[in-house]
Design a protein around this ligand. Structure first.
Ligand SMILES: Nc1ncnc2c1ncn2[C@@H]1O[C@H](COP(=O)(O)OP(=O)(O)OP(=O)(O)O)[C@@H](O)[C@H]1O
Ligand SMILES: [Mg+2]
Length: 255
């Protein structure tokens, strides 16, 4: 299968010659369709910067990013807006739900923007709500939801448009362990049953253990990667912890 996403020698520099930060320093890797990839690394290693470049929120300093063969670093204006709207789903740590809209309306909005017919909108929102176990909270406003419920509504909004790629930055960062588990089960479902390709930044080994591959960044560079293969989640979790300590990191940084 041809790759879904290809990063080709991506760099992102901040500052000027006298104080240059190489936030992303010559990173290349491919993501296959239906992969679930976790990106780990210490604070400041470039995870968010790299994700934001793929999300086209940030502009790369050098290199190219291809989604199904299309160079997204070259997109501008309407083509860029359409790309973000049609091809990507974002899940941010701070949810980004609209407070004056119910859960249902927040999710439906993503479809309205795509001009989906009203009759279809209801059907699709209900189908995704069933999958992510949020039917009971669709009539609630974000202020009436728990953190975990908000995160699942935000995830439903990201997936309901059936984007080619879901990008998530520390999706469990603000959640207690039970809510984190539920969200990760949602991600696993989106990946396995809805065939979503997911790229998820996390510094948490438990969260990463839900993925099928883990990439480690260090000082803006791709440092190491490994696949889950036939391991159970628990076995994969133990390996991630092992690798983190082998790589000289402090395990406490990542759990
Ligand atoms: N807008 C900016 N201007 C200047 N430097 C920046 C900017 N954004 C990020 N950086 C620098 O780029 C490097 C990578 O930052 P980034 O936010 O990608 O790290 P991260 O791996 O996501 O860290 P964390 O785990 O703390 O979220 C850091 O050294 C940071 O200080
Ligand atoms: Mg970050």
């Amino acid at each position: 299968m041809p790759e879904l996403l290809k990063l080709d020698k991506i760099t992102k520099y901040y500052g000027n010659k006298s104080s240059l930060t190489k936030a992303v320093d010559n990173i290349s890797f491919d993501v296959q369709p239906e992969e679930f990839v976790a990106i780990m690394g210490a604070s400041g290693s470039g995870k968010t910067t790299m994700l934001n470049c793929i999300a086209t929120i940030d502009k790369v300093t050098g290199g190219h990013i291809y989604l199904q063969g299309q160079d997204i670093t070259m997109l501008k204006g309407n083509a860029l807006n359409a790309f973000r709207r049609e091809e990507l789903g974002f899940v941010f740590q701070d949810f980004n739900l609209l407070d004056t809209m119910t859960g249902f309306e927040n999710i439906a909005l993503a479809l309205q923007i795509q001009n989906v017919k009203p009759a279809q909108i209801e059907e699709r929102v209900m189908a995704i709500a069933e999958q992510l176990n949020i039917k009971e909270i669709l009539n609630k406003y974000p202020s009436q939801m728990s953190g975990g419920q908000k995160q699942r509504v935000a995830s439903a909004r990201a997936i309901v448009t059936e984007p080619k790629l879901i990008l998530a930055d520390e999706p469990t960062g603000a959640l207690d362990s039970k809510s984190a588990r539920m969200l990760l089960e949602c991600f696993r479902k989106m990946n396995r049953e809805l065939k979503a390709t997911i790229l998820m930044v996390t510094h948490d080994a438990f969260t990463a253990s839900y993925a099928s591959r883990v990439l480690f960044l260090k000082d803006g560079k791709l440092f190491h990667e490994f696949y889950r293969g036939d391991d159970t989640r628990k076995q994969f979790f133990d390996k991630i912890i092992q690798v983190v300590s082998l790589l000289g990191g402090d395990v406490n940084d990542v759990i």
